[in-house]
Design a protein around this ligand. Structure first.
Ligand code: HEC
Ligand code: HEC
Ligand code: HEC
Ligand code: HEC
Length: 210
């Protein structure tokens, strides 16, 4: 049914104009009344952009929706994996030690770094940067490289894989050859299920989904 009042294009355009103006005025009144948060100093890697609880940006939400994952993720510190793996420091030794015991791989804090760097290469500029962070009580806000959108309802557990001697590189690629960790392996459902069938690991839906 057509409403006579909104029948003509001209009237419709007027209505839209009124609505746009009304929202604009509404917003500016709203903004005036909202107390502005005090400007706390930003941590390394933080931006002043509005952060929603769901996704940091609209682009990130779109990527999740389309199942796209960036290969390189911006990090608060360019941690050189290659130098450390080259020094024969095992992935699980200090930095990701919890992988063998539980579901989640821990990420190192400034304190972990300083366990070595209090003495190792302590005078180099990049190590001074970490020392200053510790002294001022700041820590890294690492951004995720691997991981699934909450909507995929994936449940993963590292420990059984480490017990079954699946190498880190099978799932994560050659991180030891990279500086900042990259997502070069796509851990799709097929990737997980194929190995589970080969290795006679459970492959019912609830093994990996909740
Ligand atoms: C188990 C000891 C150990 C831990 C833990 C450790 N590192 Fe290192 N790191 C080293 C060694 C050894 C080197 C090589 C030093 C050299 O070149 O002589 C190094 C080198 C570096 C370098 C290169 C320094 C340069 O400019 O030449 C950076 C940057 C660095 N580490 C950052 C970190 C950060 C950040 C952490 C924590 C997330 C960390 N390290 C944890 C042992 C460690
Ligand atoms: C069977 C595949 C598999 C193996 C083997 C594996 N991982 Fe993972 N890893 C994953 C998955 C899947 C995730 C994402 C988990 C999630 O979102 O809960 C992950 C997440 C991580 C993360 C967090 C990454 C981030 O961006 O937040 C780290 C660190 C990690 N793994 C380290 C390791 C280390 C170290 C090893 C070897 C000791 C290892 N993983 C072995 C599959 C694996
Ligand atoms: C290269 C082989 C391989 C890949 C790839 C792999 N898995 Fe596994 N998975 C295993 C093996 C082997 C076990 C151990 C089974 C056991 O303990 O009997 C296991 C166990 C598990 C368990 C625990 C099952 C249980 O109830 O005991 C979960 C959960 C799991 N895998 C999820 C995943 C997910 C999710 C992925 C993909 C991100 C994945 N796996 C990729 C080989 C693999
Ligand atoms: C060995 C682990 C594993 C098993 C078993 C498994 N899945 Fe998955 N599934 C995954 C992973 C990991 C993803 C996420 C893939 C991605 O995001 O790239 C996924 C994604 C999905 C998605 C897409 C969700 C989304 O929104 O992206 C559906 C639907 C799904 N699985 C259904 C099932 C069903 C139904 C079964 C049982 C027949 C099953 N899965 C068994 C690991 C598994």
């Amino acid at each position: 049914m057509r409403l006579p009042l909104v029948g003509s294009t001209f009237v419709r355009l007027c209505l839209i104009l009124v609505l746009v103006l009304a929202t604009g005025v509404g917003c500016s009144i709203f903004e005036r009344n909202v107390p502005q948060p005090s400007a706390a100093p930003l941590l390394p890697g933080q931006t002043a952009d509005v952060f929603t609880t769901a996704r940091p940006t609209f682009a990130a939400a779109l990527d999740d929706f389309l199942g796209r994952h960036p290969v390189v993720v911006e990090q608060p510190f360019q941690f050189p994996h290659n130098i450390h793996v080259g020094q024969k420091i095992a992935c699980t030794e200090y930095c990701h030690e919890t992988v063998s015991e539980g579901p989640v791989a821990g990420l190192p804090s400034v304190r972990t770094c300083m366990g070595c760097h209090r003495t190792i290469a302590a005078n180099r500029p990049r190590i001074r940067q970490i020392t200053e962070m510790q002294q001022s009580g700041r820590d890294f806000a690492w951004n995720r490289v691997f991981g699934y959108a909450p909507s995929a309802h994936v449940r993963f557990n590292h420990a059984p894989h480490i017990r079954a001697n699946v190498e880190c590189s099978t799932c994560h690629g050659n991180i030891g050859g990279q500086q900042v960790a990259q997502r070069n392996v796509e851990m799709t459902m097929g990737f997980c299920v194929n190995c589970h069938r080969e290795r006679k690991a459970p492959d019912d839906c609830l093994t990996c989904h909740f």
